[in-house]
Design a protein around this ligand. Structure first.
Ligand SMILES: NC(=O)C1=CN([C@@H]2O[C@H](COP(=O)(O)OP(=O)(O)OC[C@H]3O[C@@H](n4cnc5c(N)ncnc54)[C@H](OP(=O)(O)O)[C@@H]3O)[C@@H](O)[C@H]2O)[C@H](O)CC1
Ligand SMILES: [K+]
Length: 552
């Protein structure tokens, strides 16, 4: 599990070490210089564009970010093939700028031509002295001209963004904001024309992101790599800031000995954590103990959603799947999945709503959803409903909520559906608002409904009470019709298998939901192999992915 530390938690952890004279900045700067040297050397030796040359450091699909994570690395600087390369430092007033200056001094001593642009009249004094002593060029704030910065950056091999780190407050102020805005424009123009553009390393965090909440309140220079010190910061995991962090790597500066957050609020689940959520059947298990998933999905208009939910549930190892609906839907499900049962009966989880439009056009499916929701919320007698069980509430079912939900109910909207849900709750928001601040709105929905909220996107956010998971394993190819239906079925299976545990401890729900997102993303990546993928392919890849995750 990757646990992010907020700015305050980082400061609390650093304080005793700094008080004891631990050279944290020296370690940070060495790690930074070592990373910059290695990146530039690799870029030079491969002889193509920086992004392609560093493909080994990127995801299997070659896409830098969002928020891809590499294991911690020890500090230390070695001289290498970067001799004569050009580095530009963007240096702010605080210690983040200090890191960049000391790293720049190492780079200058390694034979790089280093230019530092100071955006403040007073910057880290020792760092500045070190850079000057190492022969680096320094452009003071009073001499700063935006076109010159743009020109020098465009001609550089590597840029260290040290404008601001965990001390950041709000959007970048002048002159940093103006410089970064001009650099973003220059980068876009270079991309459009195929002109070269340097490799950008963010020092600790891309300057200008919301370190604790993942917001992007103003201009930010997108990084190819973020070297972050001591521990992840929430903004490196959460969207939209995660999209500008590139490949995220933690430099171990020795904070490990310090106390981290007691209850980390932002997490990224890894494969081993997903494996721990799965319930592996034992010799005493039978189909009912493994969990029955009840599915109310698909209508005459959208029958495929029922088929795909069933596929996700069956292929991820449900003890049994019960699919309820009109025969046009159930017949299709049975054709593809003859193991599905279409008669009513007890279930350990519900998947409600995929392929059911919110226009009331299928009264039968609406009635089944309302009945199941009554079971989930416990408003109807257990004798009638079969008892309270966890549920996945998707698509049309999200428009049928009449009661506050328990945490064992998982809402699975995409941005447009979350906007609709929040408008129904009296908030004036549209899809663009949700995309700009997905974490804020997912948290608002969690508070307003009581449910666990799984907001789908390039980085999927899962919000339970007091915890947010941010998962980024899905390839962009997974943004395809029906993929969400497969996820709903898969999550239904995981919830059914852990129903007793989830009922005993509802806070487990977000963890189960995050595990489903990990497996779904991995299945998408396996089925895609770097190319297009269909929702059916994703479902078909689930058994292999689950076996692989369990074998590790
Ligand atoms: N975690 C570790 O182990 C280590 C981290 N280190 C580095 O130190 C920074 C944190 O340094 P700090 O000096 O506390 O803060 P920053 O450098 O991030 O920023 C403070 C200055 O930035 C100005 N600021 C704040 N917001 C903005 C903004 N929106 N636009 C422009 N300027 C901004 C702020 O000015 P104020 O007037 O607001 O006070 C400060 O001047 C951490 O990120 C690491 O890089 C150490 O090296 C030790 C190891
Ligand atoms: K920075």
């Amino acid at each position: 599990m990757i646990e992010a530390w907020t700015a305050d938690e980082i400061r609390a952890a650093e304080k005793p070490l700094l008080d004891a004279g631990t050279p944290l900045m020296d370690r940070a700067a060495r790690a930074l210089a070592r990373t910059a040297l290695a990146d530039v050397a690799r870029r030079r030796s491969a002889g193509s564009s920086p992004r392609l040359r560093l493909a080994g450091a990127l995801g299997s699909d070659g896409v830098p970010g969002p928020g891809r994570v590499r294991p911690p690395r020890r500090h230390g600087v070695s001289r290498n093939a970067a001799h004569g390369a050009r580095a530009v430092l963007l240096v702010g007033a605080g210690n983040n700028g200090g890191d960049a200056l000391f790293a720049g001094a190492h780079l200058a001593r390694s034979g790089m031509r280093v230019t530092a642009f100071l955006v403040a009249s007073a910057v880290h004094a020792e760092g500045l002295a070190a850079l000057e002593a190492a022969g680096g060029e320094v452009i003071a704030r009073s001499e700063l001209r935006v076109p010159v910065v743009v020109e020098q950056v465009a001609a550089a091999d590597v840029v260290l963004d040290g404008l601001v780190g965990v001390g950041s407050r709000g959007a970048l102020r002048p002159p940093s904001g103006g410089i970064v805005r001009a650099l973003v424009e220059s980068r876009a123009a270079a991309e459009a024309t195929g002109a070269p553009w340097p490799w950008v390393i963010a020092v600790d965090v891309p300057s200008g992101i919301g370190v604790d909440d993942g917001s992007v309140p103003g201009p930010v220079l997108p990084a190819d790599r973020t070297l972050t010190f001591g521990a992840h910061k929430p903004g490196l995991l959460l969207p939209p800031a995660a999209h500008v962090a590139g490949v995220v790597e933690v430099a171990d500066v020795g904070l490990g000995a310090a106390q981290g957050p007691q209850v980390p609020g932002t997490l990224r689940m890894e494969e081993a954590d997903a494996a721990a959520v799965l319930r592996v059947p034992g010799v005493r298990d039978h189909k009912y103990t493994r969990g029955v998933v009840g599915v109310v999905a698909g209508t005459e208009k959208y029958p495929g959603a029922g088929v795909l939910v069933a596929a996700g549930a069956v292929r991820s190892g449900a003890g049994m799947v019960r699919a309820l609906g009109p025969t046009t839907v159930t017949d299709r499900i049975l054709t593809r999945h003859p193991e599905v049962v279409t008669a009513g009966g007890r279930v350990q989880s519900w998947v409600l709503g995929p392929g059911i439009p919110s226009d009331g056009s299928d009264a039968g499916q609406d009635r089944r959803v309302y009945g199941a929701l009554a079971a989930v919320t416990g408003v109807l007698d257990a004798e009638v409903t079969g008892g309270v069980v966890p549920a996945v509430i998707d698509a049309g079912a999200m428009a049928m909520l009449e009661h506050r939900l328990p945490e064992i109910a998982v809402l699975t909207p995409h941005a447009g559906e979350l906007a609709e849900l929040m408008r129904g709750l009296g908030h004036e928001v549209d899809r663009a608002d949700i995309e700009a601040e997905p974490v804020r709105w997912a948290r608002a929905a969690q508070r307003a409904t009581g449910a666990t909220v799984l907001l789908k996107g390039a980085v999927t956010v899962i919000v339970g009470s007091g915890v947010t998971f941010a998962q980024a394993e899905a390839p962009a190819w997974l943004a395809t019709a029906g993929a969400g239906d497969v996820l709903a079925g898969l999550l239904g299976t995981l919830l059914a298998a852990r129903a007793d545990d989830v009922l005993a401890d509802p806070s487990l729900t977000s963890r189960v939901a995050a595990a489903a997102v990990v497996l779904h993303g991995r299945a998408g990546a396996l089925a895609s192999g770097g190319g297009p993928v269909s929702a059916t392919d994703v479902a078909d890849a689930l058994p292999r992915v689950i076996a692989d995750v369990l074998a590790r």
